[in-house]
Write a protein that binds this ligand. Sequence first.
Ligand SMILES: C[S@@+](CC[C@H](N)C(=O)[O-])C[C@H]1O[C@@H](n2cnc3c(N)ncnc32)[C@H](O)[C@@H]1O
Length: 250
Amino acid sequence: MGVGLFLGTGWSPRHPIVVDTQRRGSDVPRAYDGGIRALGAPCRPPLMSLVTFTRNAVSNFKSTAAVAPSSRHLAHAMVEPLRRQGPRVVVEFGPGTGVMTRRLLRVMPPDGVLLAFEISPLFVDYLRTNIDDKRLHIVAARAETAAAELDRRGIDTVNGVVSSLGIGFLDEAAVGAIFQPLLPRFSEEGTLTQFQYVHRIRMAGRRLEYFDAGDMLRRYFESVESNCVWRNLPPANVITCRGARNGGAP
Ligand SMILES: C[S@@+](CC[C@H](N)C(=O)[O-])C[C@H]1O[C@@H](n2cnc3c(N)ncnc32)[C@H](O)[C@@H]1O
């Protein structure tokens, strides 16, 4: 398997892909945990997750924004700021094959609601087949529709938003269209977590430019912190935002 296939994933030669679904020891990726219907079925996660993810990336790289799923270490760091709250309502953007989704379900209470917005039909199908948890609502729609979906479900308050969107591919207007309508809905302790690969480089037309997602998110939140997770390929910064500016961007 080529090195390129590992870009964006936490599986490395030292942490090889394990396909034995019966073992639940410490060497088994956490992706096994959290309502996986296919626990008895051989070779589902994480190998199928990797295959499905790579297939989607090949056909639609710009929206997938990675070639393999995030590592469990990155998923842990993305969910950690929410864990202490015992979050009842969480919105996830871009669940992919569900590495963050599974981690979220582990920290949410039994009456929790997790709305996961995903635009790839391949990933939507994968998630519906592989995660069986009544708290999870997979919404086959763009992140931009989240506020309308919350209204439709009569949900006023969210405890957290976990976003894996390839924010480097989005301009400021697109980021505003996604996050701004959600700002008045954050609970007092509510957090947004977003990751960005450490290189902080993005394409602007035909040239590469430096881009710090934290700077962009500072327009929407009072407090923005960044922590590096090295155990992901490539390593990523987890940006944790608190104190939603309810009026929107200044
Ligand atoms: C970098 S991948 C992250 C997948 C997964 N969370 C992970 O970390 O392995 C980005 C995901 O966002 C999805 N996506 C991209 N644009 C989207 C949008 N506007 N609304 C919802 N999902 C979107 C892609 O299909 C893909 O699943």
